[in-house]
Design a protein around this ligand. Structure first.
Ligand code: PLI
Length: 458
């Protein structure tokens, strides 16, 4: 058979010009932004790999869907389209739309958690954990040890360690564990998938004790694609079939549709439990809007319904994850320290390995993200000690084992040539790593500090 390269399953209809500042201008911009890439103006960024959240390119079908927006206050037809899509594609019974994922996290945390509870999960996510804590729970990380090791090549680093979960149940009692928080894929571990084999075992264990599973399904289709590629027995299943199987093993789901589902805004809470559904429908009117729009316009729900269907297409995931793997492999070939194996939504640079001369108190990942911006105008995100925040009891920094910089790839936005430029810049920054000085935090907000904290050069 002749070899053929693969290419994206779409062509480009509209372009958005990019601007590149001079190095001097970038140095000024990052200084004014307090060395925090969240505080840069997007206009000052050349290739924006801050996040894959809300940054994807919608399809012509989705844009056409916007014109079908039914902006009625109650009972918009787009809500019913979205509800039917969530039921048929994802398999959950009940839907409560929200403006984005964290609003769904807020509701499910308040509904299921009692003061003094414990919530085990496959590594924390920033907003998810904060909502669990604000509802009165303590988060307990029960992900497998491999997930904390950037060099472990284990293919399913999102898996839950059943012994850790069992030990927590034995220690605090099942009645203090309202649910297991299970994410597909695990963002903070490097976009690492969970296996179906593991999820089935988690389902069996939780069922034995009457513990629910809340599924953070933000990147479920990407996770399903990895299962199709790597888990024995799933090579002949479609991404859509695997997505349904994952969801069928869980009770409730929170969704940030800004990722997998290819929209710029939107999310939802889905559940198979009538009681949780009724409580969420009560809550949503307080915080988001009526239960048939949940803080969204009708057109947003239409774009989401269409995006969900596009997200589970095999050829879409092949190109989406394929682009991330392409960038990762360019860096691996040059010996750049990155989290292995390459995940699904981004390439994660190991800042501790870039800067062995910096301690975590000097914020190596924050430093690396700033250096990368100065070098080429590429914007990345810190996922290390700044993101991990402070310990609620001691007030000290949480020191995560992983001190990472995430190069997050928006879906359907950048080309292979953009990925080449990113790789070249990362390689240059790595070659100059020993000259980097760390940072000092000079402003620290109380919640989710990574968004707005400010730093100065040491
Ligand atoms: O940003 P939201 O509120 O729509 O969703 C919160 C959220 C929940 N779970 C996971 C796994 C996420 O990745 C997530 C948001 N992630 C962001 C913003 C990111 O840059 O990764």
């Amino acid at each position: 058979m002749k070899r053929r390269s693969w290419a994206e399953p779409y062509k480009i209809k509209m372009v958005e010009p990019l601007k590149m500042l001079s190095k001097k201008e970038r140095e000024k911009a990052i200084d004014e932004a307090g060395y925090n890439t969240f505080l840069l103006r997007s206009e000052d960024v050349y290739i924006d790999l801050l996040t894959d959240s809300g940054t994807s390119a919608m399809s012509d079908r989705q844009w056409a869907g916007l014109m079908l927006g039914d902006e009625a206050y109650a009972g918009s037809r787009n809500f019913y389209h979205l509800e039917e899509t969530v039921q048929t594609i994802y398999g959950y019974k009940h839907l409560v739309p929200t403006h984005q994922g964290r609003a769904a996290e807020h509701m499910i945390s308040k509904i299921l958690i009692k003061q003094g509870d414990y919530v085990p999960g496959n590594m924390y996510f920033t907003t998810t954990k904060l909502h669990q804590e604000m509802a009165g729970a303590k988060f307990v990380d029960v992900i497998i040890d491999e997930a904390h090791d950037p060099n472990s090549e284990y293919p399913f680093k999102g898996d839950i360690d059943l012994n850790k979960l069992q030990a927590l149940i034995d220690k605090v009692g099942a009645d203090k564990i309202p649910y297991v928080a299970m994410a597909t894929t695990v963002n903070m571990a490097g976009g690492q998938p969970i296996s179906l084999n593991n999820l089935k075992a988690v389902r069996e264990l939780t069922q034995k004790y009457g513990i629910d599973i809340v599924h953070d399904m933000t990147r479920v289709a990407e996770n399903a694609y990895m299962i199709q590629q790597k888990e024995p027995g799933y090579q002949d299943k479609t991404v859509a079939e695997i997505v349904k199987e994952i969801n069928s093993l869980t009770d409730h789901a929170t969704m940030s549709a800004k990722k997998d589902a290819l929209v710029n805004i939107g999310g939802f809470l889905a559940t198979n439990d009538q009681r949780v559904f009724e409580e969420a429908r009560n809550m949503v009117v307080v915080y988001e809007g009526l239960h048939t729009y949940g803080g969204l316009a009708g057109r947003d729900m239409e774009a989401m319904a269409i995006g969900i269907k596009e997200s589970v297409m095999d050829e879409h995931q092949k190109a989406r994850v394929g682009q991330v793997q392409y960038l990762g492999n360019l860096l691996l070939k040059q010996g750049i320290p990155v989290v292995k194996p390459i995940g699904t939504h981004g390439v994660f640079l190991d800042a501790k390995a870039f800067y062995p001369h910096l301690t975590q108190d000097e914020f190596p990942a924050q430093t690396l993200a700033a250096e990368l911006y100065i070098d080429s105008g590429v914007r990345a995100m810190e996922r290390g000690v700044v993101s991990a925040g402070r310990n609620k009891e001691t007030g000290k920094h949480n020191y995560p084992k992983l001190e990472l910089v995430r190069l997050t790839i928006p879906r359907r936005v950048y080309t292979q040539a953009h990925m080449d430029v990113v790789a070249e810049s990362v390689i240059d920054v790595y070659e100059n790593a020993k000259n980097a000085r760390g940072l000092k935090m000079i402003y620290e907000p109380k919640y989710l500090r990574f968004f707005q904290a400010r730093f100065e050069k040491l």
